[in-house]
Write a protein that binds this ligand. Structure first.
Ligand SMILES: [Zn+2]
Length: 323
């Protein structure tokens, strides 16, 4: 008589199992349904409430400006601008992507922290925007003079400073076209971008302090160096301190400088396009190790190349809106 009892017990066990599995399956389905509902609600919210970008009538980049930074002014206000002024001084304007703009430099030694941008419109009327400059933290770093330039001696330091003055005089005299020669966004000169030395600190050599007015990028000797935008090659020759150097004039006072190169593949007077191969990076001139030094000038003032490139790099907020 034990058999049926066993049978019943087995049946109950089976039922128990089935119930357990049914519960588990139901639970899983419920979870999936709840997940799907949450997902679609979130998705609907995202679709029905797009991110709102309120364009300021006068847009200023970067948000925090330091001495040595470039400033990018974009006029979003309706109306046709006739002039853009920094304090009371008119700056060159240009049109890009359907808007009136201006690029201007803030000197590395700027002491005045409060400025005003004024936009004047055709037919009268003007708008202003106050701009504050944030003081730059002062950083000093020791830097030895390479043996090939005389080593760390007083005489070598004097020669270095004299050579620098002579080479800077050549670079400062480079002609610029009054109109922009570029019609596409700027790009980095290297495919792989890694900054080894940023813009803006003082380099202490023997008894001289030389401000680093550019950005150093990691580059082994022989790395391809590309034109950051369309322009005319004004300089493609060797210098004692700057090594093999290329200077491209992009017009409107904007110039990009590529230094310490091992090989030059362009000649003075060449018109180069965005991305044209200029040559190969190297370790010529005043360097401790191979790298690519980039300077960006706006009307003779060397500004921070990374701040400049920030104007042309798509932002996360732009990507959100499919810009
Ligand atoms: Zn450098």
């Amino acid at each position: 008589m034990k058999k049926p009892a066993h049978k019943h017990a087995g049946k109950r066990k089976d039922e128990k199992h089935r119930t357990k599995y049914t519960r588990l399956i139901c639970g899983a389905i419920a979870c999936m349904l709840i997940g799907a509902v949450i997902f679609s609600v979130l998705h609907m919210q995202r679709r029905t409430v797009p991110p709102v970008k309120v364009a300021e009538p006068i847009e200023i980049q970067p948000q925090a400006i330091m001495p040595g930074d470039p400033v990018y002014v974009t006029v979003n206000a309706t109306g046709t601008p006739s002039a853009i002024l920094w304090d009371a001084k008119s700056v060159p304007i240009f049109h890009y992507a359907g808007k009136t703009r201006a690029l201007l430099p803030v000197s590395f030694n700027e002491k005045v922290l409060a400025h005003t941008v004024t936009v004047q419109f055709v037919g009268g009327g003007a708008m202003t925007k106050d701009v504050r400059i944030t003081p730059r933290e002062k950083i000093e770093k020791p830097l030895g003079i390479p043996e090939k330039l005389g080593g760390n001696t007083q005489a070598a330091a004097t020669t270095l400073v004299n050579n620098l003055a002579r080479e800077n005089a050549v670079l400062n005299a480079v002609h610029t076209e009054p109109e922009p020669l570029w019609n596409k966004t700027f790009r980095y000169p290297l495919t792989d971008v890694f900054v080894t030395d940023p813009y803006g600190y003082g380099r202490q050599t023997v008894n001289q302090s030389i401000a680093h007015k550019g950005t150093d990028f990691r580059a082994v000797i022989g790395t391809d160096v590309h034109a950051m935008n369309r322009g005319i090659v004004r300089i493609a020759r060797p210098f004692t301190v700057y090594g093999n150097t290329v200077v491209i004039d992009h017009g409107l006072g904007v110039q990009t400088l590529y230094m310490h190169m091992s090989e030059l593949r362009v000649r003075e007077g060449d018109v180069v396009e965005l991305g044209t191969l200029l040559g190969k990076s190297g370790d010529t001139g005043y360097v401790e190790a191979a790298h690519l030094h980039i300077s960006v000038k706006i009307r003779g003032v060397s500004i921070d190349p990374m701040t400049f490139m920030g104007f042309f790099t798509p932002k996360i907020s732009d990507a959100d809106q499919g810009l």
